[in-house]
Design a protein around this ligand. Structure first.
Ligand code: SAM
Length: 275
């Protein structure tokens, strides 16, 4: 029968994966960290018993959280990732030649350490000369930053534990201050099947602060429900009004120029969360 891991996505429903081996497990200063090898998804990072990323499907999330805002901004140079200690978003950011600095602020250095060791295909660019890695609270970093970034990507865990402050209106107001005058930010905003109220609240909060606010989706099989949302807030540039000549070829497995537009077309029950 072998060893199986189940992530309880709600009190009544979960997702189960066959585990081939456990590489590392520890209670860090912030969360329970497990790095395992699964039969279906390759190596998998778990935090507090929730799937964070897997070798097999990570590209969907990392491409979609990065390329939609980075192609929307006309000339992104300085980019910040809040969370993202597995390095996948950094890897995607560096595919944009305009980027001169990518700062990653993750509160837990252990995530970075074990991602480098067991997820090299995801974390491989964390040592790039354009990347500055800081082990700190993203909430504090945002509060101390003033018009510093063109794009900010919030790649945090669920709004529990160390990430609870990263889904508040105050945090989004701080992001607006940390962005330059034509800045753009994207936050991962969970799934509409089990976290509809969170999506509705975040969207309403962001819309009060950013003139351009939109929701887009992607299919992530190992995340709760498989249907994932991202909330984008922009001071000027609209992701649906990107000039044709702004797009250029990059190596991706999920994101495309066509999907850049199509991902904003929402199922009715999801669109209803944005009104
Ligand atoms: N893609 C995943 C998702 O959508 O759930 C997130 C992956 S990434 C590993 C999440 C990271 O957020 C973790 O490494 C965690 O340490 C970090 N994090 C949580 N709270 C944070 C905070 N207040 N400041 C900075 N990083 C934080």
């Amino acid at each position: 029968m072998g060893l199986w891991f189940t992530e309880k996505q709600t009190e009544n429903f979960g997702i189960t994966a066959k585990i081939k081996q456990t590489y590392h497990t520890e209670q860090t200063d912030y969360q329970k960290l497990d790095m395992v090898e699964t039969a279906e998804w390759g190596n998998m990072l778990l935090l507090d018993d929730m799937v964070m990323t897997t070798e097999k499907d990570e590209f969907v999330y990392h491409e979609m959280v990065a390329h939609v805002p980075l192609f929307t901004h006309p000339n992104p140079k300085e980019v910040l990732v809040v969370g993202g200690g597995d390095g996948g978003v950094i890897r995607e950011i560096l595919k944009h030649p305009s980027v001169t600095k990518a700062v990653l602020v993750d509160i837990d250095g252990k995530v970075i350490e074990y991602a480098k060791k067991y997820l090299p295909s995801i974390a491989g660019k964390l040592d790039d000369p354009l990347v500055e890695v800081r082990v700190a609270d993203g909430f504090m970093h945002i509060a101390e930053s003033e018009k510093a970034y063109d794009v900010i990507l919030v790649d945090s865990t669920e709004p529990v534990g160390p990430a609870v402050n990263l889904f508040t209106k105050g945090f989004y107001a701080g992001i607006a201050s940390a962005l330059k005058d034509d800045g753009i930010f994207v936050a991962q905003t969970d799934n509409p099947w089990f976290k509809a109220d969170l999506i509705r609240q975040v969207y309403a909060d962001v819309k009060e602060i950013f003139p351009v606010t939109r929701l887009y989706t992607a299919n992530i099989p190992t995340y709760p429900s498989g249907l994932w949302t991202f909330t984008i807030g922009s001071k000027i540039h609209d992701p649906l009004k990107v000039k044709e000549d702004r797009f250029f070829e990059i190596e991706t497995k999920y994101y495309t120029k066509q999907l850049h537009h199509a991902c904003f077309v929402l199922p009715k029950f999801v669109e209803d969360l944005t009104v």
